[in-house]
Design a protein around this ligand. Structure first.
Ligand code: AMP
Ligand code: MG
Length: 339
């Protein structure tokens, strides 16, 4: 009898809760030197804050593993062991490096996380406003190449073949962290959520009653987006040189390098990719930037659940290309007055 009463009381409590609409909460921090924003729906402030802190903690933990600035990070220690034996990896680093090597093979090296020495050279070139000398570039290229990174699935360990190699996860780690942060929210029962880590988006269930999260497709130049997508339970990323580039002797150099030549990209481009998870979206957006519209959209067509839009500006001519699955995405085009 007593247990029956408790059950009735609990059922009553559940009923009131079910009719209470979840509220929208937003949180912002800086993680991986980028703005990290969360939008989530929760029943109260306490549940929202607890989940948000867990999400930020998860992203910070990944930053601690994958930073190439911090010499103590797991990634830096692996790079420092170049030329030595196999090094056992954490679960996170194993997953990101495995995915990276899959994409390196699928793109014949257009996506390549061993590109660190070339990226470093171009970083310095941008600071000094002087392109690297051919000899410097050749020396850096000798220390790059995804075939010089061996992964052993049995021991989950990695080996860099040459000393002086350096891994750079700048094109995939933010996406991975965004996805894992969304997972941390979901573990605490928050499924209607969006994680934005420096423009890499991981999307959970849509806001209550909504068709999806309204995601802006970045325009090539600064300005108001003219195109939006309704997305949920997937991820989106943008890669391009709209914000991160340097001009040296009249040429624009992007922060993206073509690992096959060691040169920084000079075509202006903006790539938006939608994929099932944010690590893939992040990495694919960078890979497509290197491959260009034609080979880039073919790559997306071959990746499960991926779609993309590529805008490229070459010698004053704008070229737009959409991959096959892009056309099936729910697009929202606002009225000119409402933009
Ligand atoms: P994203 O902003 O996601 O396109 O990533 C660009 C960052 O990834 C750069 O700042 C470099 O740290 C790194 N990177 C540059 N070129 C490549 C490449 N071809 N493959 C993999 N990572 C790259
Ligand atoms: Mg990327």
């Amino acid at each position: 009898m007593l247990s029956g009463m408790i059950a009735t009381l609990l059922a009553g409590a559940a009923d009131t809760r079910a009719t209470e609409a979840p509220r929208r909460f937003e949180f912002a921090r800086t993680v991986m030197a980028a703005p990290m924003n969360l939008v989530l729906y929760a029943r109260d402030q306490e549940a929202a804050s607890r989940a948000a802190e867990a999400a930020f903690d998860r992203a910070r933990a990944i930053e601690g593993i994958m930073s190439d600035y911090d010499p103590a990070s797991e990634l830096s220690r692996l790079s420092a062991a170049g030329g030595g034996g196999f090094v056992p990896l954490s679960d996170d680093l194993w997953r990101v490096l495995s995915r990276s090597q899959e994409l390196a093979a699928a793109t014949e090296g257009a996506f390549d996380v061993t590109v660190g020495p070339c990226v470093e050279l171009w970083r310095r070139a941008r600071r000094m406003r002087q392109a690297p000398a051919a000899a410097e570039l050749a020396a850096a290229r000798a220390r790059c190449g995804y075939r010089l990174l061996a992964l052993d699935p049995h021991s989950r360990s990695a080996r860099l073949e040459r000393p002086g190699m350096s891994l750079d996860l700048g094109a995939i780690a933010k996406g991975y962290a965004a996805q894992e942060a969304l997972g941390a929210l979901e573990k605490l029962g928050i499924t209607r959520a969006l994680v934005d880590l420096g423009g890499d988006l991981a999307l959970g269930d849509p806001p209550p009653g909504a068709r999806g999260w309204r995601v802006a497709v970045a325009p090539l130049r600064d300005g108001v987006p003219s195109l939006y997508l309704w997305l949920s339970r997937c991820a989106a990323a943008t890669s391009g040189d709209a914000h991160r580039f340097a001009e040296i002797e009249g040429r624009r150099y992007s922060h993206i390098v073509d690992p096959r030549t060691g040169a920084a990209l000079t075509d202006r481009s903006c790539v938006t990719v939608v994929a099932p998870d944010a690590a893939s979206a992040d990495a694919l957006a960078t890979a497509v930037s290197v491959l260009g519209p034609e080979r880039g959209s073919a790559l997306l067509d071959g990746q499960a659940g991926a779609a993309g839009r590529i805008v490229r500006f070459t010698q004053g001519v704008e070229e737009i290309r959409e991959s096959a699955r892009w056309k099936a995405l729910p697009v929202f085009v606002p009225e000119p007055a409402a933009r």
